[in-house]
Structures are given as structure tokens and as C-alpha cells.
Design a protein around this ligand. Structure first.
Ligand SMILES: Cc1cc2nc3c(=O)[nH]c(=O)nc-3n(C[C@H](O)[C@H](O)[C@H](O)COP(=O)(O)OP(=O)(O)OC[C@H]3O[C@@H](n4cnc5c(N)ncnc54)[C@H](O)[C@@H]3O)c2cc1C
Length: 403
């Protein structure tokens, strides 16, 4: 470890920030450590917010990060970094009503992402997004019995919310402007399978339509759709994706372009002694040969660890992060698992099992290389992760039949 750092600040107390802070301590850093978190909660796991916390299968305390994630640091909760001055190496923080200034010699940017708001401005009451535990608890409180819920957005959050609420008896309409659910993430071929899954479980899926507007002055009553139909709603949940939380870095000289632009070690471009990790960061990925900003839990966690180590050892000893990204999503009785990055794929084919049985593995190819593997057989994609790391040709050779 380089012993030059004495005052490290971590901005963002999500999984990336928490793992970074914990790693700084476990790697022997014994100087000042401050973790600045905008939420009033101790670090918690976000994935259950649209799964078991939303359905009530786990309690609020059940999503807190485990005690082994505790570390000795000054933790500011309900405190937001609002500006940064790289010349004096200080961060302006709004801590409740109190303005504060924090000095730093090392900085971890882990401020995550904020939900995209409704594009045409204010929405009536009863139209909400889901990103934080507070959002989830408010949504739960607003759901009566057999509520009519409209979910806008067929991405991972929208589809998970639709599946969770349907499974506990609510009547859900899911609206997506794409041809298939999950199309942006998985492509239309695989997306069609999840569209069918939702329909089989009773979700009223409307694909290829847009929302023209909301009906209801004080509280939402219905939505008008682009196909001239109208859908009644007691509650509307919006899942339009997220934007990296970088406003507080404006004017700092740190390069922002769809996130904090970093090299393959997590060092932020345009600054020294600054690393970034998680949803806010766009690291150079040596395997995919491009800057990628990835919104996956495991990726955020591992990047937090790597960024902290690299901050401590400094640029000369820093190691590249080239792990193949992993994502999972639980919808009804299906666990979707994805390794790699399918964006821009030119071919997708089932390499194991059979989509008809619901148990299969599919590979995505791009210019003759296997770039991603999607599976519904728990754990199987992990066995194929190494193939992607080795840049295997498409289709990958290792195959086995389940049926
Ligand atoms: C509902 C939901 C379900 C998900 N399910 C899955 C899943 O099944 N599988 C999967 O792989 N991934 C899932 N994800 C994605 C995964 O949770 C994220 O990729 C991960 O949480 C990113 O961690 P992070 O620490 O980078 O950012 P975040 O979790 O966003 O944490 C950043 C923290 O920084 C705080 N912050 C922001 N700005 C400031 C500031 N200026 N000052 C101080 N603090 C600030 C924020 O309030 C937040 O608490 C899900 C995400 C959501 C929202």
C-alpha cells in the first residue's frame, strides 16, 4: 500500500461505496475515512426493492448489508455532496441544513444513478419511480388490495415490478414502446420469451405503444396510450432507466460523458487521486475494448473493491479490472442470468436445453466472437463465463443438452 493518503472521502453509500470503504480498511489504510451518503439509511441491497421487499417476503431489516461490511469510518447519512473544487481538493456537502466542507487527498466517486423523471414534466400523484428503499416502502403503503397498477417501461425494473406485483394479486398492465419486453437488454428474440412469460402469468402486456398522457388532476385515474386506448390505474410505476449521478461534479475538470470516464483501473480522467466505481462510472473494459457503464450489482461491488485498492497503491501499481459482467433478474418462477455484454450482437442462438421447456442457455455473437451468454438454468452461465473472458469464437464449443 502507498502510505501517502491521509484523508479519503467516499461519495455514495451504495454497494460500490460501501465495498470501497471496507476495502480501504481491509487493505491497511488507517487514515481519515468519510463515507458521504445522500440517503438516511445505512448501506442496503437494492435488488430486493422490486422483488422480495416489494412483495413483503422480506422485512426492511432483511436488506441491510451484512455486519461484516462494517468498517471504521465517519459515515454521514442524509448528506449530499453538492460540489467539488479540485484545486483546493475539497468537497462541499449539504448535511441536513448544515453546509460542510470535506478535505480529501483521495476520493472514491460512487454516487450511483438517479431515475429518469417523466420527460414532459410534472405528473399527478400516484405516479412514482422505484430506486430507493423509501420509494419501495411508499409504494407498498399505497397499494391496496388488488390494486390496478400500470407499469411503464419494459426494462428490468419494469418487468420485475410487474412480476412481483402480479404474484401478490395486483392487476398489472405493463406498457413498453419496444416490440418485446427486455428488448433493449436482451434483443427481441430473447425478449419475446419474457413477453410470453408475463402474459402466461396474467400481466396485461402492451408492447409497441407509448403513453400519451395521464388522466386525473390531483391523483392519477388512467393513462391515454398512443394506440388510442385508455387504461385505468390506481397507481403508476415508471421504469424509464437511470442517469449517472454526476451533477455534483460539474465544473470540476473530471471528464463526464454518460458517467465518470475512467481508465481500466478506475482512475477518473481529468483528475489525480480520484477513482470511480459502480453505476456512476464508465470504465474502459479491456475485453470489450470500449468504455462501459454497467448497472449491475456484482459489477458495482467488485469495482468498488478494485477502485479502492488502486487508489491506495497509486497509478504505478494499479491493476486493470477486466471481469466479465454478470447480471440476474428474478421474474415469476424464472431466474434469468446473463454474463457478458450483448449490446450490438449480430446473432443469438440457443446452445443448451430448449426454450420450450423454459430451461435453456443462449449465446450472443458479434463479428464471430461470443460476447454474452444468457441462461435460465441456475448457475450455468457462471460455468461459461471463462469462455467469454477468453474471447471464445461464436458459437462457443462447450455445449450440453438438458432434455
Ligand atoms: C430496484 C432495483 C433492482 C435491481 N435489481 C438488480 C438485480 O436483480 N441484479 C443486478 O445485478 N442489479 C440489480 N440492480 C442494479 C444494482 O442494484 C445497481 O447496479 C447497484 O445498486 C449500483 O450500486 P452503486 O453503489 O453504484 O449505486 P447506488 O446503489 O445507486 O448507490 C449510490 C448511492 O449514492 C448516493 N448518492 C448519489 N449522489 C450523491 C451525492 N451527491 N452525495 C452523496 N450521496 C449520493 C445515492 O443516494 C445512493 O444511495 C437493481 C437496481 C434497482 C434500483
Amino acid at each position: 500500500m502507498s502510505s501517502q493518503l491521509n484523508k479519503v472521502v467516499v461519495v455514495g453509500a451504495g454497494v460500490a461505496g460501501a465495498m470501497a470503504a471496507q476495502t480501504l480498511r481491509s487493505e491497511g489504510y488507517d487514515g481519515d475515512l468519510t463515507l458521504v451518503g445522500a440517503e438516511r439509511h445505512a448501506p442496503y441491497h437494492r435488488p430486493p426493492l422490486c422483488k422480495k421487499l416489494l412483495t413483503g417476503e422480506v422485512h426492511r431489516a432483511g436488506i441491510d448489508m451484512a455486519p461484516q461490511n462494517e468498517f471504521s469510518a465517519r459515515v454521514l447519512r442524509g448528506a449530499s455532496a453538492v460540489g467539488i473544487d479540485m484545486a483546493s481538493r475539497t468537497i462541499a456537502v449539504r448535511d441536513g441544513d448544515q453546509p460542510r466542507t470535506l478535505d480529501f487527498d483521495g476520493l472514491v466517486i460512487a454516487s450511483g444513478a438517479d431515475v429518469r423523471r417523466w420527460p414532459t414534466g410534472p405528473v399527478p400523484d400516484g405516479v412514482m419511480a422505484l430506486r430507493t428503499v423509501d420509494d419501495c416502502l411508499v409504494i407498498r403503503a399505497k397499494l391496496g388490495r388488488r390494486a390496478r397498477v400500470v407499469v411503464i417501461g419494459g426494462g428490468f425494473i419494469g418487468t420485475e415490478v410487474a412480476a412481483s406485483l402480479t404474484s401478490i394479486g395486483h392487476r398489472v398492465t405493463l406498457i413498453s414502446r419496444t416490440r418485446a419486453l427486455l428488448e433493449a437488454a436482451l434483443g427481441v428474440e430473447m425478449g419475446n420469451l419474457w413477453t410470453d412469460l408475463h402474459r402466461r402469468h396474467g400481466v396485461d402486456v402492451r408492447v409497441g405503444v407509448d403513453v400519451d398522457g395521464f388522466v386525473g388532476k390531483s391523483h392519477v385515474k388512467a393513462l391515454r396510450l398512443s394506440d388510442k386506448s385508455k387504461v385505468k390505474a390506481d397507481l403508476v410505476l415508471i421504469g424509464l432507466g437511470v442517469e449517472p449521478a454526476t451533477d455534483w461534479l460539474a465544473g470540476s475538470g473530471i471528464r463526464i460523458d454518460n458517467g465518470v470516464v475512467c481508465d481500466a483501473t478506475g482512475a477518473a480522467e481529468g483528475a489525480t487521486g480520484v477513482v470511480a466505481a459502480g453505476d456512476v462510472a464508465r470504465w474502459w473494459h479491456p475485453l470489450y475494448q470500449e468504455h462501459l457503464r454497467i448497472e449491475h450489482w456484482e459489477h458495482a461491488s467488485r469495482q468498488g473493491v478494485t477502485a479502492a485498492r488502486n487508489l491506495l497503491v497509486g497509478p504505478d501499481g494499479a491493476q486493470q479490472y477486466d471481469a466479465v459482467p454478470y447480471f440476474w433478474s428474478d421474474q415469476f418462477d424464472v431466474k434469468l442470468q446473463l454474463v457478458g455484454v450483448p449490446t450490438g450482437y449480430d446473432t443469438v442462438t440457443v446452445i443448451e436445453g430448449d426454450v420450450g421447456t423454459g430451461e435453456f442457455v443462449a449465446a450472443y455473437g458479434k463479428q464471430g466472437r461470443t460476447v454474452a451468454v444468457l441462461g435460465t438454468v441456475p448457475g450455468r452461465v457462471h460455468e461459461l463465463r471463462g469462455l467469454l473472458a477468453d474471447g471464445a469464437a461464436f458459437p462457443p464449443r462447450r455445449q450440453k443438452q438438458f432434455v
